[in-house]
Structure formats: structure tokens, C-alpha cells
Write a protein of this length. Structure first.
Length: 188
């Protein structure tokens, strides 16, 4: 019985990897390109990890150990990643180009680090809502843009507009407030 489970998982690994790399809901690429501030969410998602466990009944794939996620200019690192996907064969209004499952959401757990060419952010856990093109970080969030640093309890990043929003820390003397340090540019 155990050998059957292993062989089923081995068969599903290529299916999940193909899904992670090639399949995303269509996005407004023109809007991102024109605004110059958003991210191209039409890019494939590549996931690298030490191990992968697929639970077909739950429609989940769990990547663990030195997990790295790459999508265009976005980089994400975490200890563990849970990919939630939908089986398009079972969905009535699936908007896809085939029978491959679609990624709905990605949960990142443990020392989450997010980077783009303009900023870096870190937190205790994160969620990438692939359908709504939004990344949420929670727990001891630190956002860095150059020498400027913002701290809070939660960050929301809209990948279409490129806007970030920080919600207060709720710790220490600054109960519920965002803390920022801004370094002015030095003139020569």
C-alpha cells in the first residue's frame, strides 16, 4: 500500500510542477506595462525546494526546505510553501487553455522574504492570492526601499498597481502604529 502512494505522488509531481511553471489566470499585462509600477503576473511561477508532497484530495502541494519562488521580477523565500490549486475539470466556468490545475493561492510559512527590484520585505508568514494578484505578509513585517525602512504587523502588496500598504505593529509603546525611518538623499 505504501508503494502505491509513493508511485501516485511521483506521477503527480510533474503535473504540479507544470502547473506551477506554466499556468496562471490571465492578467492585465497591458495595464502593468503602461503604468510602469506594477508587476507582470503573467510570468510563469517557478518553485524550487528540497522536497514536495502532493495531497490530491485536498488539491494542495507542499514544498519544504529552502523554498524559493520566482515570478518575473518577484522573488520569495520561505521555509515551507503550500500551493492551493483547482482542478479545472471540476469547475464549470474554468477560464483555462487545458486540463491542467490552476494555482489559486500560495501560503508561505517561516522567515518569509520577498524582493523586487524596488524593495524587499520580510515577515513571519505570507499569502500570494494569485487570482486577485495580491501578496500579504504578516508578523513582524519590515519593508525596505533603499535606506528607508517601514515596520508594521501586516503588509499588503497589490501586484497590478505596485502599491504597498503597511498596518501598525501593535507592540511596545507604539501600539498599533506604523514605524518608519526615512533617510534623505545627500546632495553633493
Amino acid at each position: 500500500m505504501k508503494h502505491k502512494l509513493v508511485s501516485e505522488k511521483v506521477w503527480l509531481v510533474p503535473l504540479i510542477l507544470i502547473t506551477c511553471i506554466f499556468m496562471l489566470p490571465s492578467a492585465s499585462r497591458a495595464q502593468s506595462a503602461l503604468s510602469g509600477s506594477g508587476f507582470d503576473t503573467d510570468q510563469p511561477i517557478e518553485i524550487l525546494a528540497d522536497s514536495l508532497e502532493v495531497q490530491q484530495a485536498k488539491q494542495q502541494a507542499t514544498f519544504a526546505g529552502n523554498v524559493q519562488v520566482l515570478q518575473g521580477e518577484i522573488r520569495l523565500q520561505a521555509a515551507k510553501l503550500i500551493v492551493h490549486y483547482s482542478d479545472t475539470k471540476n469547475e464549470k466556468n474554468a477560464n483555462t487553455d487545458g486540463d491542467a490545475p490552476q494555482i489559486r493561492k500560495i501560503d508561505a510559512v517561516g522567515e518569509v522574504f520577498l524582493s523586487s527590484p524596488r524593495e524587499t520585505a520580510q515577515g513571519d508568514k505570507g499569502t500570494y492570492d494569485v487570482i486577485n494578484k495580491q501578496i500579504n505578509l504578516e508578523g513582524n513585517v519590515v519593508l525596505t526601499q533603499g535606506q528607508n525602512i517601514l515596520r508594521g504587523q501586516k503588509m499588503v502588496l497589490d501586484l497590478v498597481s505596485g502599491r504597498s500598504r503597511i498596518v501598525g505593529t501593535g507592540t511596545g509603546n507604539s501600539s498599533g502604529r506604523v514605524r518608519g525611518i526615512f533617510v534623505p538623499e545627500k546632495k553633493n
